[in-house]
Design a protein around this ligand. Structure first.
Ligand code: SF4
Ligand code: SF4
Length: 72
């Protein structure tokens, strides 16, 4: 289980992801793997979770699109 804390939120790469939309930014969403899926309509444009996010690595995650699939 990914901890929902400030350290993890600050290191989340979601805000740099091509899928991350204006709606998601306005709602200050991130850390989907440790929180909940997005409340926005998400149009998938690629997921960068597996490409270098330290939270992903530390927690041994193996999936993607937590913004639409829900937390890990
Ligand atoms: S694994 Fe994905 S959702 Fe979780 S912190 Fe990293 S970029 Fe954010
Ligand atoms: S969970 Fe994946 S697809 Fe969704 S915003 Fe984060 S990096 Fe992008």
């Amino acid at each position: 289980m990914v901890e929902d804390n400030k350290k993890n939120a600050e290191r989340c790469h979601c805000p740099h992801c091509p899928t991350y939309s204006k709606c998601m930014a306005e709602d200050d969403e991130m850390l989907y793997c440790g929180r909940a899926k997005s409340g926005c309509d998400v149009e998938p444009r690629g997921c960068i979770c597996p490409s270098g996010c330290p939270v992903y690595k530390e927690n041994g995650l193996n999936s993607a699109y937590y913004c639409t699939n829900g937390k890990a």
